[in-house]
Design a protein around this ligand. Sequence first.
Ligand code: ADP
Ligand code: MG
Length: 728
Amino acid sequence: MSTLRFYAVKESLGRKPIPVQEPERRSDIFERNVFNESSMRQYLTKDSFQSVMSAMEKGTKIDRNLADHISTGMKEWAITKGATHYTHWFQPLTGATAEKHDAFFETMENGHAIEKFGGTQLVQQEPDASSFPSGGIRNTFETRGYTAWDPSSPAFIYGTTLCIPTVFVSYTGEALDYKTPLLRALQAIDHAATSVAKYFDKNVTKVNNTLGWEQEYFLIDSAMAASRPDISLAGRTLLGHTAAKGQQLDDHYFGSIPSRVLNFMRHLETECMYLGIPVKTRHNEVAPNQFELAPIFEETNLAVDHNTLLMDLMNKIAEKHHFKVLFHEKPFAGVNGSGKHNNWSLATNTGVNLLGPGTTPTKNLQFLTFFINTIKAVNEYEDLLRASIASAGNDHRLGANEAPPAIVSVFIGSQLTDVLDELEKVTDGKLSPQEKTDLKLNVVGKIPEILLDNTDRNRTSPFAFTGNKFEFRAVGSTANCANPMTVLNAIVAKQLLSFKKKVDDLIANKKMKKDDAIFNVLREYIKESKRIRFEGDGYGEAWEKEAAKRGLSNFRSTPEALKAKVSKKSIALFEELGILSKVEMEARHEIELEEYAMRIQIEGRILGDIARNHIIPTAIQYQNILLENVQGLKNIYGTEFKEFAGEQMHLIEKISGHISKINKGITDMIGERKKANIIEDPEERAFAYCDNVKPYFEIIRYHCDKMELLVDDELWPLTKYRELLFTK
Ligand code: ADP
Ligand code: MG
């Protein structure tokens, strides 16, 4: 009997929901472990408080002398909350968050000891950076990197450690993390969107990008997850026959949440409250044992920090409830994978959502301006947007008829399509008073009314307008949202800047009124960005053909998709906006290619190991039982034995057939890996892994999964899909 599998199943069947303590009101504990405005008021001097606030709001620098006061106040606050250590908390390009704890504790010369945390330790640290990916930046420039405080995201206490959100850069200034380019892109969009928003309201002085992510994930019993080498090491199953029942009955989606899971969620959400992560929505997702969590949206830098922190927290809380969280985009074949929808909008300091239709024609013209410019930006940079969400895991999802396709397009719904069709007819040049009145009354003026009815939502679109925000749905569940958010904000910023230039030019040189100029430019944009708009079924083959005709890119694999990150056009965009330099972009491209190749390499090794060392020996064991049976029948029935042993002999042959196919597949795959490994160029190597190594996964898996159907269940070593997915 396969000990580990049955031990795991037995363990998981005996589980009971773990009791959870929840506060009476969540609002009572919200941000209790965050160094927020009210804790700052309590622990900082007036000067220090004001300098942090101004750094948060306006990005001003914090005076070195004040830094000492701030760090001392922060430390005092942290100690009252039970913190013993501090760390700079950052997001290197590994995809995980990084932390290195140092104790506040220090000894003094007189043999006494104190708790200390100075301004320099708050502002800057030098972690040993050599083991983080840099794509060769550090070889070319400088060997050291440092982390620097990002005051725009508040410090918080995680466990017993004071965490200070920081950026991570090399000594020569190159970004080595996700946060640095994001902050630069947020500045760019603020600058560009503010200048355009001023057309409509002079009082706007700042525009914040807002992000509301929706995190999908699977929860698997921890004993069962540990029983599978593929789940333990790769976060997904590399083989396993689908269960007789999957998601076809739709009986999980939005269903009653299983008790063990609900307690995990309640526990998690309580911890989120302490950390200031404003989680709001929880529900079952489509696949069995798949769930979703969504917060109230926030300013994007904070939302990204909260999402990365949440993912770490989920792992920790899951352990306490004997679960393992699978964030992978495709943990199981045959049922849905997981994504992380990024809801994106722009909000002014005057409290207006620029993608929310308003109550007056002016407000709506403002809405249309931002709406159409966003569509235009996506049209211009659809390939870069696709590149921003490329990963080995997401390749399984995009284009697999369950998630948005690998083709980027924009869905806006039939009502807004009608509005754009009307706007397209606007006269070239100055508008007559009658036309303006008509537009204001019948087109622009009607928007709020129609949007309320616009409940038609196309789930197959990768980039959909959903009433008051755009929803970028193609983002993978493991992704750091900073990556797609940097690109989206950069392309929209660039677009808004060129819009502003055009409108100003028409006003100055063609003596047009502001509204006329805006209508004229928008009309051209609508025409120019038609190819990106698609309202139909994104899963269909017809769309692939149509998209090809429209000249839209359709990159099915990561190495292909990533090319757009280093195209001349993309580099020019990022350099122009001061987000990343050519060197930095090329370094990131290289890191992502390397990560891709390594992931496929690791998966290949795991698959080879499981198939050769678990599946084949089991198959032989079962075959021996069959052989013994056949031998016995022969002993008793002599020449007539075949009458009784026919099926068994057939099975013996089938098993031998699969064994030889699996063995050949593994041998060939290893041969391709060896060839790929000696390729120096990271891009070529990634392509070799993608085109020559990865195709063997399917072949090997196919025969292993067939074998699962043949071999005695009692002998099968790997925890099966029905056990993984249907144990609650
Ligand atoms: P759904 O799209 O699942 O029906 P909602 O439309 O209520 O649900 O919101 C989904 C997500 O969109 C939530 O995380 C929410 O915070 C976010 N969201 C709502 N408004 C905005 C906005 N203006 N900017 C960014 N995110 C937003
Ligand atoms: Mg959802």
